[in-house]
Design a protein. Structure first.
Length: 476
């Protein structure tokens, strides 16, 4: 009696709080008063929008006669109506009711992303514990020690930079989806390797990915906890000695990110149908605007949407110019290690050439670049007057003789190759510069002898080079 009384006092206080906050009767969560009597209905609107009813629902969220349906996965709680139309709705899993307070699309995007990461992390943890290692002395550590070792080695910073770059595209995909500019569904990045063609097979694969992701999130948290508590490799309590395998794991063998979600209403139509046009190069983003008439418009590459606010001709002019410069720069960056012009100091690390080059040569280079930049446009340097007449972006009447006698299709293909190669060269040159900064040396060998890792990032070396160059030039 004493214990039950104590429990009842807490329960009654909680009941009053729930009733005041939700305005509903027991069991409060997921339910609101029905218009017909005291029964409960699951017609609560999600925070973002009310999902439209489907013509042929696989699982009815409203139980006829009872007013609401209990969750299949958590049978003592009602189903959240916000799950209607999403893969896994039949499981009815949302015990905390997050989907009633936060947009279900954002929640499912986060769930799939965490599930995919944890599936990879679980396989990676077990593979590492079984002895698989990346070649190199710095990587010969246990799974538990790996994080701190990689922070000390300096590779963690590199990983975060590249993951952040990839995350930027995910952010753009979510924003465009939430704003209604694309019919993308949460988790869909357009990857269709080993993806079934029939609708039922697609739904089943999406369901497997969702459930396996949920299991992987629980599994990885358990693996990390058991590993720290026992201090042993997987399976933690086994006494078999650790062995190392020199075989490299097969990446991507049979695995696929199948896109995750598909609204239930679309299951009656072709999955390939698209109500809104998507970008051909980034299928999880809408087709960019204002690219009509430009070479490469069919690729639809403008993830940030610059062409919506800036003159597309001016953007294409800048893109082609940077691409051409980087195509030349990649060749020069590579050749710097093996070729030295007369009167110049041999400098294998191309990043240091700016400091070792004779001052007169640097001044001549800057003057020549400035002259070409100003003379190419006849004094018209702004986007307001640069394209007066019928001038085409990137056309300086240089090398036009190579296009004579070619058909329109051949000319278009050549321009498209230049555009694509220029984009690749910009990425390649950025990677070369990044490599030399990390290894503090030339481009080759990729990993210098005795290299102990990138270490922490500082601006000391660059500042020192500038000061040293300034002192050298001052003496001259």
């Amino acid at each position: 009696e004493l214990k039950n009384g104590r429990l009842a006092m807490i329960a009654f206080g909680g009941a009053i709080t729930q009733a005041a906050l939700t305005g509903n009767g027991f069991p409060w969560l997921f339910a609101q008063r029905s218009n017909c009597g005291a029964s409960l209905a699951s017609g609560v609107r999600p925070a973002s929008k009310q999902f439209t009813a489907r013509s042929s629902p696989a699982v009815a969220m409203r139980a006829e006669g009872s007013g609401y349906k209990m969750s299949k996965s958590v049978p003592f709680l009602p189903v959240s109506p916000a799950l209607e139309g999403y893969v896994g709705e039949e499981d009815g899993f949302d015990p905390m009711g997050f989907s009633l307070a936060i947009d279900i699309r954002w929640l499912r995007e986060a769930e799939l992303k965490h599930g995919r990461v944890c599936m990879l992390a679980t396989v990676g943890w077990i593979a590492t514990d079984l002895g698989m290692r990346v070649p190199g002395e710095a990587f010969q550590v246990s799974t538990i020690q790996a994080h701190d070792a990689m922070v000390k080695f300096g590779s963690m910073t590199q990983m975060l930079c590249w993951i952040g770059y990839a995350e930027l595209f995910g952010y753009l995909a979510i924003i465009k989806m939430m704003e209604g500019e694309t019919d993308r569904v949460p988790g869909d990045f357009g990857l269709r390797w080993l993806y079934p063609k029939d609708e039922q097979g697609q739904y089943e694969m999406q369901m497997k990915e969702l459930r396996n992701g949920r299991l992987a999130m629980l599994a990885f948290s358990g693996i990390a906890t058991a590993g720290v508590l026992t201090g042993k490799p997987w399976p933690f309590f086994a006494m078999r000695p650790e062995t190392r395998c020199s075989a490299a794991p097969a990446l991507g063998g049979g695995a696929t990110l199948c896109g995750g979600l598909q609204q239930q209403g679309a299951r009656g139509t072709s999955v390939a149908a698209r109500a809104l046009e998507r970008s051909a190069s980034l299928p999880f983003l809408p087709k960019p605007k204002n690219l009509e008439g430009l070479v490469g418009e069919e690729q639809g590459f403008d993830p940030i949407g610059f062409a919506e606010d800036v003159d597309p001709k001016w953007l294409r002019e800048a893109e082609l110019k940077h691409g051409r410069v980087c195509m030349v720069a990649t060749v020069g960056f590579f050749s710097q290690q093996y070729i030295t012009f007369p009167g110049f100091e041999p400098t294998p690390d191309a990043l240091q050439a700016v400091y070792t080059a004779p001052p007169g040569a640097m001044a001549a280079l800057l003057f020549l670049a400035g002259y070409i930049e100003s003379a190419s446009y006849g004094g018209k340097l702004t986007m307001l007057d640069m394209f007066e007449g019928d001038r085409v972006p990137g056309d300086f009447n240089f090398g036009a003789g190579f296009l004579k006698g070619k058909s329109d299709k051949e000319v278009y293909d050549m321009k498209l190759k230049e555009l694509n190669n220029g984009r690749l060269a910009m990425l390649a040159f950025a990677g070369m510069v990044h490599h030399n900064i990390v290894v503090k040396g030339p481009l080759f060998p990729l990993f210098p002898d005795g290299w102990t890792g990138p270490g922490p990032w500082t601006a000391t070396s660059m500042q020192g080079g500038i000061n040293e160059a300034g002192g050298m030039w001052g003496n001259v």
